[in-house]
Ligand binder design. Sequence first.
Ligand SMILES: Cc1cc2nc3c(=O)[nH]c(=O)nc-3n(C[C@H](O)[C@H](O)[C@H](O)COP(=O)(O)OP(=O)(O)OC[C@H]3O[C@@H](n4cnc5c(N)ncnc54)[C@H](O)[C@@H]3O)c2cc1C
Length: 414
Amino acid sequence: MARTDTIVLGAGIVGVSVALHLARRGGSVALVDRGPVGEETSYGNSGVIEGSTILPPAFPSSLSTLLRVALKRASDANYHLSFLPRVAPWLWAFRAASRADRIAETARLNRPLFAGALAEHEALMEEAGATKYLRKTGWMKLYRSEAAFAALKAEFELADEFGLPFEALDAQGARALEPSLNPVFKRAVYWPKAASLSDPLAVTRAYAARFHALGGVTLTGDARSLHRSGGGWRVETNEGGVDAPEVVVALGPWAPDVLAPLGLSLPMAVKRGYHRHFRGKGNAALSRPVVDVDYGYLITPMEQGIRLTTGAEFAARDALPTPVQFDRLMPRARALFPLGERADDKTWVGSRPCFADSRPVIGRAPGLDGIWLAIGHAHWGLTLGPVTGRLLAQMMAGEATFCDPAPYRAERFR
Ligand SMILES: Cc1cc2nc3c(=O)[nH]c(=O)nc-3n(C[C@H](O)[C@H](O)[C@H](O)COP(=O)(O)OP(=O)(O)OC[C@H]3O[C@@H](n4cnc5c(N)ncnc54)[C@H](O)[C@@H]3O)c2cc1C
């Protein structure tokens, strides 16, 4: 039986970053996952380090958008009818949290995390030898109508309040940055302070290698075996049971599988998303992630090709994939950018772990002594992994934290 100071459950970008931050402070840490490091949600995302994210995604405010989604004509969203009764309370809370005043409040509450996100990645990349995967070329959002662009007023005001630079461009200005885009859009906003990764999996693996170099161990095991033992906690692994006084749950969309049996039920839902890779036709190339806002998809250059990721699908986490959004958006995507043949033969599906108020949970698990949570990073887990690692390590050590962690407490749901 092995003993360690801390067990971290889940080796996605969040768990690996937490484990690395704890190991940097000299503690003994066992990182436990049922599979290889970083191969779930932290692999398949769009690779954006969204330090300049301001407003979280919102419930549609216009009836016409809602109707398009309901009739399954929208490319930005999909749903499984049989899942709606289960997710209805979450959707109701999400709708309430999408009111203009609430959403601006969320932006302010999340700001300390986003503000430090890129610098925290850069610090870990330096020591992990992973800076070659980082592109500091910003990202660009495209708007197909003047009306969609005009709706950005509140976001621009908050950008000014937060001191975030942006450039409002016309199609010609956008094409000066990305010459392969066809001018099927009217307006664009360039956010120069965002960054992106050419290979999110390689970065998570590099952080894990750094964690090992500092003495951390990674073990294969099922987190659902977590149970109380001798005043602390034990998890079963292929190497035998591991005991620790403290455990961090960083299981992304699988966190409820471990927390619910321990009596902690948190209102997490998943927004599923898909990706496919394409080659660019001829010399067509991209230098940064580009979002086609009206159709709700993103194209980004990755090691594997141009990765096209979809918006939200409301369906059970483990339901069979239904990548119908591609049928709706591919004609739009091909009109925007000269996408060539597929560069993979499989469609990837993953689940964004989301709370309705678009804030993660970082801190103690209420009622479960010794258990800490780093979950619910929704659309931004890749961005927020390292900054979450710093915050949680400070909290666990009882140190002053770099920001007030109160907005991320799990108790807000009680
Ligand atoms: C299509 C899409 C695009 C996205 N784009 C971006 C983006 O551009 N920028 C951004 O910041 N974020 C993005 N995200 C969100 C981001 O990918 C996630 O928030 C983030 O990866 C969550 O990381 P995690 O470590 O919490 O979870 P995960 O990476 O899912 O890690 C959880 C780990 O837990 C393990 N696990 C599960 N069950 C068990 C068990 N029983 N026992 C042991 N281990 C278990 C899994 O194997 C996995 O390794 C995107 C997400 C999607 C789906």
